[in-house]
Design a protein around this ligand. Structure first.
Ligand code: ZN
Length: 313
């Protein structure tokens, strides 16, 4: 990459690069000298030649993007694969810096040609999950809620890398969740709170008063439980339990709110949707697949349903 670019002879500091992985690169390969963009001379070894930065960027970008001339079929002098310019490329990889001059120089290093996806013949991991999720959602909502593992229909052939039928969707979700390290352990003795709204004439004394309703009373579907299937919903504290259960219209009706704190008796593995890992830099060393995993958790269909799972607004 650097062979194709005019050498600017400029130096940039970690601070001006802003992007976490580029900053790390500057700290690992830098020197102490003046930065040509902010004019400062950092006391740490963190100023690098701009060309070294763009060469480092080029290697990561080449994992997913390339010159259409290398890969796209041509028809009537036109590339058949959708290509984008360098500004759109930077938008897609999420790179932006505050210094206009630095942004221009970085863009200039990737201006020799347009860009298209290296693997344009197949869906990216996040798009594959997105389209498979739509099929999965349709099947469990409208076709077979509980026996979807028989559902092998997919427009893609089994040999295609894009093949992902509803029957395999939960395995894929599990893999994404594990890769994103979103399963946390609740230790023995973790407090879980529940509250109930009840008539003022009643006193709730026993744990049984706060356990899920019996089958014959579970007549309403709830956030995760269909009608007729009682489930235990709990909160980490009484305030949250109160907010979840108590309706403002209960006020002034003479009703009481009682609470109970349960404690776990065994270690539990739980899916924690409250501490999702931050979106990594495009240039993070974990590579493109990890980026797609985290993006799916943040922006994909898993994220869309997360709101329903957690009740987040
Ligand atoms: Zn600087």
């Amino acid at each position: 990459m650097s062979d194709q670019q005019p050498r600017s002879g400029k130096y940039v500091c970690a601070s001006c690069l802003e992007d976490e992985a580029l900053r790390t690169f500057a700290h690992e390969h830098g020197d102490t000298r003046q930065c040509d963009y902010c004019g400062k001379t950092p006391t740490t070894l963190s100023v690098v030649p701009l060309e070294d930065v763009t060469e480092f960027m080029g290697k990561a970008i080449a994992e997913e993007w390339c010159d259409p001339a290398e890969t796209s079929p041509v028809d009537g002098g036109e590339y058949l694969v959708k290509s984008i310019d360098n500004e759109e490329l930077f938008f897609r990889i999420g790179l932006e810096v505050s210094s206009d001059e630095l942004m221009e120089d970085l863009l200039a290093a990737f201006a020799d040609h347009d860009w298209c996806e290296v693997n344009w013949q197949i869906l990216s991991p996040s798009r594959r999950w997105g389209s498979a999720w739509e099929r999965f959602e349709h099947v469990i909502k409208h076709e077979r809620r509980y026996i979807f593992w028989y559902s092998d229909e997919d427009d893609e052939s089994e040999a295609s890398p894009d093949h992902l039928p509803p029957s395999q969707m939960l395995d894929e979700i599990q893999a994404v969740i594990n890769m994103a390290k979103m399963v946390k352990e609740l230790h023995v003795g973790t407090a879980i709170c529940r509250v109930r709204v009840h008539e003022g004439s009643k006193t709730l004394t026993y744990a049984d008063d706060f356990t899920p309703p019996p089958v014959n009373c579970a007549t309403q579907p709830n956030r995760m439980s269909p009608a007729g299937v009682p489930m235990f919903y709990g909160a980490a504290d009484f305030h949250t339990a109160f907010e979840e259960v108590v309706d403002p219209t209960d006020k002034g009706t003479g009703k009481l709110v009682s609470g109970c704190q349960f404690a776990t008796l065994t270690r539990l593995n739980v899916l924690d949707l409250t501490t999702i890992p931050a979106m990594p830099s495009y240039f993070a060393p974990e590579g493109p697949f990890n980026r797609h995993v985290i993006r799916e958790v943040h922006e994909g269909s898993l994220a869309a349903d997360q709101e329903r799972w957690t009740g987040a607004h």
